[in-house]
Design a protein around this ligand. Structure first.
Ligand code: ADP
Length: 369
């Protein structure tokens, strides 16, 4: 449910299976709308819209956490199979319950306190510097702010959330795990996520992650525990931090197909999208192993450009061998908006980084005119 870029890629993968697809989203011009068999216009956060849409369907999935989970819960009670389970979605959807889940299950995650509003933050000066995360509705770096001192509290957002101890991050990783209705799982190789600290967005990503074996094992064990304890079928992306002492912490979990798994379309035997169809349709899990190492560059709307999207430098990038361009078909660009991604395949890590930088510098999403 939701018809953004993830929905679009999911529908592209559906073409391999005997399945009739339905999409619900408010915007009939969304990236997934023209790829599904049945489009319904509706508000994914509204109980009645979600309930009416899901009634009578066999299986449902989401591409964003904001879908109304009470309606999903009712649909599940009435026999619709929902991926992820509404209870897992409920746990994850709010950062406060997500962080409490990690604590209650002894899953390592940065220490935190719950705050109800801005005034509450003042009681935790000893906790600073810290990362303040909004409870509901944060996405892609929105709703996350660093607070270093009392003065910065006065500019903080004024809503329930968590204040999280700042980790001295050496590396950010993501591990995607698939789980089916029988409780069987398949784990994709860990990927390295390299962030642009200024914009708080992914700069590029490399798969597989380069890590000492013991750190990798720790990360894999933690990711497995997250999915086991969530006790839900579906696709889960577990984002992790490795700190300067090689300690591993869960940052957050997404209960859905995820940006950090887009390279699996070209670089893996079964992509995360293919895997989700297998789960939803009750087929055997696919093979998550890599055919080749890969990198991903996100195509974001350039600063200072809003309006009809134009892809500058596209021809040059399309000439590169082993580079796969995915443009999501969003009509309007805005600064920082995710407009597409590019996957690079190569056995040489240097080549992956070189091409990733080339793409970042030469392919721009600007506005017409
Ligand atoms: P979003 O869900 O909006 O992407 P995240 O919770 O992943 O937000 O935070 C965005 C980025 O902020 C992370 O990728 C990381 O670089 C930084 N960050 C988040 N939490 C911490 C923390 N506890 N310590 C240090 N940096 C953090």
């Amino acid at each position: 449910m939701g018809g953004g870029q993830l929905g679009r890629m999911l529908l592209q993968a559906a073409a391999n299976y005997p399945v009739e697809t339905h999409v619900m989203e408010n915007d009939p011009g969304c990236p997934a709308a023209h790829l599904c068999h049945h489009f319904t216009r509706g508000d994914i956060t509204n109980y009645d819209d979600v309930y009416q849409f899901g009634k009578g369907l066999e299986a449902l999935t989401i591409e964003i956490e904001s879908v109304n989970e009470e309606a999903l819960l009712q649909l599940e009670k009435e026999g619709v199979r929902v991926y992820p389970s509404p209870s897992a979605l409920k746990t994850i959807k709010n950062k406060i319950s997500q962080k409490s889940f990690y604590r209650d299950h002894e899953i390592p995650s940065p220490e935190f306190v719950v705050t109800q509003n801005r005034a509450d933050l003042k009681a935790h000066l000893a906790f600073l510097p810290a990362v303040h995360k909004i409870g509901m509705g944060g996405y892609d770096g929105r709703g996350v702010e660093i607070i270093r001192n009392a003065e910065e509290i006065s500019r903080a957002f004024d809503a329930p959330g968590v204040l999280e101890k700042m980790v001295r991050i050496k590396k950010e990783l993501s591990i995607i795990i698939a789980a089916n209705d029988k409780g069987e799982t398949a784990m994709y190789p860990a990927v390295d996520m390299v962030f642009d600290n200024k914009l708080n967005v992914l700069e590029y990503q490399i798969s597989p992650a380069e890590l000492p074996e013991k750190v990798l094992w720790k990360a894999q064990a933690i990711a497995r525990k997250v999915v086991k304890d969530l006790d839900s079928p579906g696709i889960f992306a577990i984002e992790l931090f490795v700190d300067e002492n090689d300690q591993v912490f869960v940052n957050e979990t997404a209960p859905r197909v995820h940006n950090s798994g887009h390279h699996t379309i070209e670089a893996h035997f079964s992509s995360q999208f293919d895997m989700l169809w297998r789960i939803m349709l009750g087929y055997p899990l696919g093979n998550p192993a890599a055919i080749t190492p890969a990198a991903i560059v996100n195509l974001l709307g350039a600063e200072g450009h809003s309006g009809e999207a134009v892809y500058e430098g596209l021809e040059e990038i399309l000439r590169i061998e082993n580079v796969f361009v995915h443009i999501y078909g969003k009509k309007e660009t805005r600064p920082g908006r995710k407009m597409g991604h590019v996957t690079i395949l190569s056995k040489e890590k240097q080549e992956l980084i070189h091409q990733a930088n080339r793409i970042r510098h030469n392919l721009k999403v600007v506005s017409a005119g």
